[in-house]
Design a binder for this molecule. Structure first.
Ligand SMILES: [Cu+2]
Length: 639
């Protein structure tokens, strides 16, 4: 990858990865809907990223822009992928339109709202609510979850399904998850609105505590005002998706499914006077929230919040002073509804600088001198609201070359009503009337590496004690063991904190001043427990990515989603397990790392009524990528 440092700003043509505009998305969506015909609904549309070689070798000549639209044709229950070229010379045109058999696209807002009402209107469901003393349907909320796939008869029908659960609501600002209707599930056909089955178990009293968390219902504790000011404005620029800050240069976009995506992440090296590529593309490409409860309302809950719903589709419009503090620059994204109407999603990505304490310091007591440099990081973030949960996706870029990804998990837990004073299995009490079922949040980061070029390899590096003997006469020695991961099967790895394990990504073709290949290390700081479901459980086949902390694959442009392109109701086997069955070589070639991180969530009273952020993520740190501390040239913070 040879990227000129000023290519994003100084060339008049839009960069091939410049974000989709409202006009582009609207044009493509309406053409796609017209092509598929009456009864079609737009699920999402995304820029077709041109081939990597085209992007890397781009010389500023305008390239055709293409948009891929996923369309659901309800009358025929068919999923379509329609690719639109925006400027063919005679305006926009469809270049391909194909159906994808046997898959279900992500669910839409329109379906969620309609299915909720359809479940509420069902006589059997109403009878079950009435059995619990609930007759005022205006005070009932139904969440029609994605249905998963367990190979049951209902799954084999090929219908587009939802599993609905109910809550009692107490007006605006109330917390539905405080008052779940336990042991009642409706299976709905999303296309026809027919409630296929109502599963009604033991009646558990609906909890009475409204669990409110809104500002009007709480006593406030005021904090001393805190202002973050940059009198000369922010120290970065954003130009049509291209961010430049200090030595860092990268592009940003918001993908409807993956959410925040980083492209062409480079370090612009002042010494070598050229941009040095590190990542070609990075995103949180899929996630799964498997529940570990056996109870009627929870055993089937397996949320692929990216693939089943979409983390860009559910991204928030962020608010200054609340979501982001300081000298903020926002980047808008595009929202497209089921009719193909495109609008700006304002303030979808937040950019700002943060002070991060000291970066390096030394006091020389003899000479009574002191040198200190402050650390500052560039923060790029977006937040998605998926049903009851919020997920904040934060990327941090540091002046020493470190990149950190952090996910902040907040929002409201899934709740299980319990009779006061009782305990239920596979769940912890959070209030006298509520339990929180055990569950995991497992995320797969797709890291398309490009360390000083595409030919990269990965070593697993462990800290190893050395047995006492002639080579270790004092018993104190320890060393490292580096193992080259040569094939896809060898590269399916687990974290090992007791071995201080990390994975070192190298370019054997570029050496540093010590004669070693340039490298970054992937530090699995939050690898957590892998998928805890049994191997024979349906979710193990559907979210196999979650069973390992690391996978490495050779780059293929169509291998983007670790559980397959269409996760909704998918029976499993797609994505990483399918691709890696070929056991392809992964050395000295263009490789993609898939890093699994997560939170295994055993709920606690402090998680209610809203959960304080839990954190997960990882760190990419230079390891001989530079010849010395790359932040040695920072200006002193005080003189
Ligand atoms: Cu959780």
């Amino acid at each position: 990858m040879t990227v000129a440092p000023d290519r994003c700003a100084d060339i008049s043509a839009r960069h091939p990865l410049a974000p989709l505009t409202v006009a582009e998305a609207g044009t493509a969506a309406s053409l796609a809907l017209r092509t598929v015909g009456t009864g079609s609904r737009l699920v999402y549309c995304a820029l077709v990223e041109p081939p990597k070689a085209t992007v890397s070798g781009w010389d500023g000549t305008p390239l055709p822009r293409e948009v891929m639209c996923v369309v659901y044709h309800k009358p025929e229950r068919a999923t379509w992928m329609v690719t639109v070229r925006l400027d063919t010379g005679q305006g926009a045109g469809v270049v391909s339109a194909t159906t994808v058999p046997g898959v279900q696209p992500p669910i839409t807002d329109e379906e969620w709202a309609a299915n909720a009402e359809q479940v509420k209107a069902d006589p059997a469901f109403r009878a079950s609510l009435a059995r619990r003393g609930i007759t005022d349907l205006s005070r009932v909320q139904v969440d029609p979850w994605t249905a998963s796939n367990f190979g049951l008869d209902v799954d084999k029908t090929g219908r587009r399904l939802g599993r609905g659960v109910a809550y009692v609501i107490d007006g605006p600002g109330s917390n539905p998850y405080a008052r779940p209707v336990e042991n009642l599930v409706a299976i709905v056909d999303r296309d026809t609105g027919e409630v296929i089955e109502v599963q009604d178990g033991e009646v558990v009293p609906v909890p009475q505590d409204p669990g409110r968390y809104d500002a009007a219902s709480t006593q406030w504790r005021e904090l001393s005002p805190l202002r973050i000011l940059q009198p000369n404005g922010p120290g970065f620029t954003l130009d049509d998706g291209c961010l430049r800050w200090g030595p860092w240069q990268l592009r940003l976009s918001l993908h409807p499914i993956e959410g925040l995506v980083l492209h062409e992440v480079c370090w612009v090296d002042s010494e070598r006077a050229r941009p040095r590529p590190i990542l070609y593309r990075a995103s949180m490409s899929e996630m799964i929230v498997p529940y570990g409860s056996t109870s009627l309302n929870h055993w089937w809950k397996n949320a692929f919040d990216a693939g089943d719903i979409g983390l860009g589709k559910t991204a928030n419009s962020l608010e200054l002073g609340c979501d982001c503090l300081g000298e903020i620059v926002y980047m808008d994204a595009v929202s497209v509804d089921e009719n193909g109407d495109a609008t700006a999603l304002k303030n979808a990505i937040c950019l700002h600088e943060e002070d991060y304490g000291i970066l390096w310091k030394h006091v020389d007591p003899l000479n009574k001198t002191s040198e200190t440099r402050r650390s500052r990081r560039m923060v790029v973030s977006s937040i998605a609201t998926v049903g009851n949960y919020e997920y904040g996706f934060f990327w941090y870029f540091y002046l020493d070359g470190t990149i950190t990804a952090e996910i902040k998990l907040t929002g409201i837990i899934q709740t299980q009503a319990v009779s006061p004073g009782t305990r239920v299995p596979y769940a912890n009490p959070v209030t006298p009337e509520l339990a929180g079922p055990h569950h995991q949040h497992i995320f797969s980061f797709r890291l398309d590496m490009c360390l000083d070029g595409p030919a990269n390899s990965v070593y697993e590096v462990d800290a190893v004690p050395v047995l006492s003997g002639p080579g270790n006469p004092y018993g104190n020695a320890f060393t490292t063991r580096s193992t080259l991961l040569e094939t896809e099967s060898q590269a399916q790895r687990m974290a090992a904190p007791d071995k201080a394990r990390y994975w070192k990504i190298v370019n054997h073709g570029v050496l540093n001043a010590c004669g070693e290949p340039v490298a970054y290390k992937l530090i699995p700081t939050h690898a957590s427990a892998p998928l805890l479901a049994q191997p024979e459980a349906a979710i193990s086949a559907r979210a196999t990515f979650a069973t390992k902390h690391l996978w490495v694959t050779p780059y293929r442009p169509d291998e983007r989603r670790p559980a397959g392109d269409f996760t909704n109701q998918h029976p499993g086997g797609a994505g990483l397990p399918q691709w890696t069955a070929a056991d392809r070589p992964v050395t000295d070639t263009d490789i993609v790392l898939w890093h699994t991180v997560g939170v295994t969530h055993f709920c606690q009273p402090e998680d209610f009524p809203v959960m304080p952020c839990e954190y997960t993520g990882f760190t990419l740190k230079p390891f001989g990528f530079f010849d010395r501390n790359p932040a040695i040239d920072l200006a002193p913070a005080c003189t």
